[in-house]
Each structure stands twice: as C-alpha cells, then as structure tokens.
Design a protein around this ligand. Structure first.
Ligand code: FES
Length: 114
C-alpha cells in the first residue's frame, strides 16, 4: 500500500467490486492480516483474519448471519464486536473501522491492533 493511499489512519484496501456478494477477502493493512467481509445486509466489516483458536485464516470461512465462521473447527465471530459466538474459540478478535467512499473501502486499525 503506497503512502499516497493512506490518510487519517485510513488505508485503501479494495473496492466493493472486489468483495463477494456475501463473503470475505484477505487484506494486509500495515502488515496485519485483516478479513474484509460483506454480510447479507450489504454491510462491510473489517476483522482480524486469524482465528483466536488457532492460526487459521478466517477470510477463507463463510459469512452468515452477521458472523464469519472459521472453517477448521467452526467457531463463528460476530463481525461487529469480534466476540466468538460458538466454541471452541473463547477469545474475541479485534474489529476495525471501515469507511466507504464511492466504491472504495478504507480501513483504520483499531487501538487494540497489536
Ligand atoms: S482454528 Fe478456528 S475454531 Fe479452531
């Protein structure tokens, strides 16, 4: 990501056309892996890509009912809060700010991003 694409902590990650109608893609923001997910309501979310149960990419999982589901053991995470809604994961993951301008998706990492 070029410096020109960054402003006010927002980083351009993709366009709406890059996202599945319902589903997620992987983006890397400041070296951090982030799942950019569009839910069935059309809302776009940014959430850490790595499952808190093990080192698995959540963007490869299903988006359903406002959650993203880990494909390995099936834990789902709320796309708005990052809280796991089903076992075996018990630790929340960070969610990040999304801003959409036109068809461009920007993300600002949250303070709990490490
Ligand atoms: S690795 Fe995601 S639920 Fe186990």
């Amino acid at each position: 990501m070029s410096a020109a694409a960054q402003r006010d902590g927002l980083v351009r990650v993709c366009t709406l056309d890059d996202l599945p109608e319902v589903g997620a893609v992987l983006a890397v923001v400041d070296g951090r892996r982030i799942a950019i997910a569009r839910d069935s309501a059309g809302d776009v979310h940014a959430i850490d890509d790595t499952c808190s149960h093990a080192n698995v990419s959540l963007s490869e999982g299903e988006v359903e009912d406002g959650t993203i589901e880990c494909w390995l053991h099936g834990s789902a995470f709320d796309l708005t809060t990052g809280q796991p809604t089903s076992l075996p994961a018990t630790t929340p993951i960070a969610v990040h700010t999304v801003q959409i301008e036109g068809d461009v998706v920007y993300v600002a990492l949250s303070d709990d991003a490490s």
